[in-house]
Design a protein around this ligand. Structure first.
Ligand code: KG4
Ligand code: ZN
Length: 345
């Protein structure tokens, strides 16, 4: 029976995302079909600093957000009257950045007389596994229990989901997130910003076995990447000026240590919790080597694996729209006075 807040499968949701340095808007149907997905990257503004500068990020969001939303509607060939719900990221993220997206979403909701929901960015990354382009078939529905790993610039979180909206945090990182570690490693190797994709490109020219980095031994479900970063810093210092081949080998060895650490944690958690499925999402899940190791590992264990297409792994608003549709169907709209938050409760 349809619930009080149920949306029809073709109801369109406008998603808005501005938690870090991408200004994004998308129109997505409640069944996960992506009608448009616009992402305005700020890389060129942060590159020079080697990382995201919060004040620059919020000011850029303010400049481009209305154009990004207008493009999302135009690309989906819809008018405001065709939208049923507005979903916006309310945290975790940079407060100044989040405020821009939330204020814009509230203004659109008031002007267009639409309900709105605030979305948890981490939940949105997980929802991305159910998104699909119009030309692609819809992914199979999630089967529970699901073991979920979010790997991004701000998170390395392992969760167990026993049902829709029922998540238990098994563990997270003690220090750097996996993406943060890759970004810092890329900076140490002079590979540019954002570091994850730059390190991946360099690693493809190197050998994974030439330089083997330590895999941190921690209690189950916990991660730590700070020691790995220090090991790379020591190598770089000892070697002095690095040749191109050395950089490629260091990148490949470092990336392999991160990838194997993530897989080892998943394998241990899978043995303990016996999930039906593994979902891996977040920017680092775009990494080709990680996707390869996950596919091999899950194949070996006979476990179903869901990893969103790379374009839906990194920050986007399509995932926010779909997570918003899910939240609305379970709990209805949020009131207009909701606030943003910087870290997970
Ligand atoms: O999910 P995301 O776009 O933003 C956050 O919520 O943090 O993740 C960004 C992180 C960055 O650390 C970036 O370097 C990393 O994801 N990343 C990658 C790749 N693409 C993005 N890391 C490894 N390989 C990639 N292809
Ligand atoms: Zn993210």
């Amino acid at each position: 029976m349809a619930g009080q807040w149920s949306l029809s499968a073709d109801a369109r949701v406008l998603g808005i995302e501005s938690s870090c340095d991408e200004t994004a808007a998308a129109v997505v149907q409640a069944d996960g079909r992506v009608c448009s997905n616009v992402v305005a990257s700020q890389n060129e503004f942060h590159e020079h600093f080697g990382g995201v500068v919060p004040e620059i990020a919020s000011r850029r969001h303010t400049e481009v957000i209305t154009a990004v939303v207008a493009n999302a509607l135009a690309n989906a060939e819809v008018q405001p009257a065709d939208i049923s719900l507005i979903a916006v990221t309310r945290g975790p993220g940079l407060i100044g950045s989040l405020v821009v997206g939330v204020a814009a979403a509230k203004a659109y909701a008031l002007a267009w007389g639409l309900p709105m929901v605030g979305v948890n960015h981490v939940e949105a990354h997980l929802a991305a596994a159910l998104l699909h382009a119009p030309s692609q078939p819809a992914p199979a529905a999630e089967i529970f229990p699901t073991l979920c790993l979010i790997v991004s610039g701000g998170h390395t979180d392992l969760l167990l989901r026993s049902g829709p909206g029922q998540s238990e945090l098994l563990g997270c990182t003690r220090d750097d997130a996996a993406g943060e570690a890759l970004d810092k490693a890329a900076r140490l190797l002079g590979l540019g910003f954002p570091g994850g994709p730059a390190l991946e490109r360099a690693a493809e020219r190197g050998s994974r076995e030439a330089i083997v980095f330590p895999r941190p031994q921690l209690p189950p479900h916990e991660f730590s990447f700070a020691g790995l970063k220090s090991a790379l810093a020591r190598e770089v210092k000892e070697r002095g000026v690095l040749g191109e081949d050395e950089v490629a080998d260091l990148a490949a060895g470092f990336q392999e240590a991160v990838v194997q650490t993530l897989w080892n944690a998943l394998e241990r958690a899978a043995a303990e919790h016996r999930p039906q499925q593994i979902v891996v999402a977040g920017g680092v899940a775009a990494n080709r080597r990680l996707r390869e190791v996950l596919a091999q590992g899950c194949g070996g264990l006979g476990l179903r694996l869901a990893v969103p297409p790379p374009v839906f792994c990194t920050d986007n608003a399509a995932m926010v729209a779909l997570a918003g549709a899910q939240a609305f169907e379970s709990c209805g709209p949020d009131s207009m006075d909701f606030d943003v938050f910087s870290a997970l409760p």
